[in-house]
Design a protein around this ligand. Sequence first.
Ligand SMILES: C[S@@+](CC[C@H](N)C(=O)[O-])C[C@H]1O[C@@H](n2cnc3c(N)ncnc32)[C@H](O)[C@@H]1O
Ligand SMILES: CC(C)=CCC/C(C)=C/COP(=O)(O)OP(=O)(O)O
Ligand SMILES: [Mg+2]
Length: 294
Amino acid sequence: MTGIELTDGPGASAFVPAPASPYQGDIARYWDQEARPVNLRLGDVDGLYHHHYGIGDVDHAALGDAGDSEYEKKLIAELHRLESTQAEVLLDHLGPVGRDDTLVDAGCGRGGSMVMAHQRFGCRVEGVTLSAKQADFANRRAHELGIADRVRARVCNMLATPFETGRTAASWNNESSMYVDLHDLFAEHSRILAVGGRYVTITGCWNPRYGQPSKWVSQINAHFECNIHSRREYLRAMADNRLVPQAVVDLTAATLPYWELRATSSLVTGIEEAFINAYKDGSFQYLLIAADRV
Ligand SMILES: C[S@@+](CC[C@H](N)C(=O)[O-])C[C@H]1O[C@@H](n2cnc3c(N)ncnc32)[C@H](O)[C@@H]1O
Ligand SMILES: CC(C)=CCC/C(C)=C/COP(=O)(O)OP(=O)(O)O
Ligand SMILES: [Mg+2]
């Protein structure tokens, strides 16, 4: 195996494999360099660092008056609450999970969802990301929380993981499936999941009823260097890989309040309008799909 040794600091990943493709090298670099305030300031609220979006109604009573000197702080806390609610809803769909189970977070980012899964179920959680910086960040947080023996991130391609065949109780992709071929992705989840295990994704996908990816969807792809798939592609690739949908939940209406609130904040990144327009013109959907491995 080719790769490089990382030696900078105690949390550094011991071994970073060479990227499986030039594209994966680009994505590893993208997330190694990412430090947007909208992600770090929200994570600082309670130490759960997410790279996904929010769902649910805005609590206007908690936000208070826009003229209030504490308003921006409250707005950040509210956006973070909505992002954590999103992860809670994903975890709600994992089915029964025991302390002895192992879960896999494919494309784990800085590890917020992994920590939440461990705190809810007491289980072991293994995460993979292309970014050594993210893996180090997630492992440092797990260490600070005293759960490093149960929650671990590593630098690894989610299409070729080191996990044993048929031993994972449940696995998920939280806004990370738009970076890979879906047939390759679901073949790997299907391999590692136990029969009867559960797979869950929350994702943005283009709506086949619209026809083709809209200009807003193309703008989101360019912004994140990703490749948003259609709803049809998800369902077909799952069916081809022994993943049978048990629930398909359209979260589009539930995510719009998050985007509309975020668009008013000082932490805007410039992609807010594309998401709002794409969701509103029907070309784009925010979906949760939970599937049984049969
Ligand atoms: C938008 S972030 C989502 C992070 C996390 N799931 C969350 O909800 O906070 C996308 C993640 O997918 C990861 N990713 C993309 N392609 C990957 C691949 N082929 N293998 C492993 N991770 C990948 C990136 O490294 C990044 O951590
Ligand atoms: C739903 C879709 C299409 C998601 C694309 C993947 C992605 C980049 C998610 C959010 O990451 P982030 O939290 O780092 O982004 P931001 O900085 O915009 O908050
Ligand atoms: Mg974010």
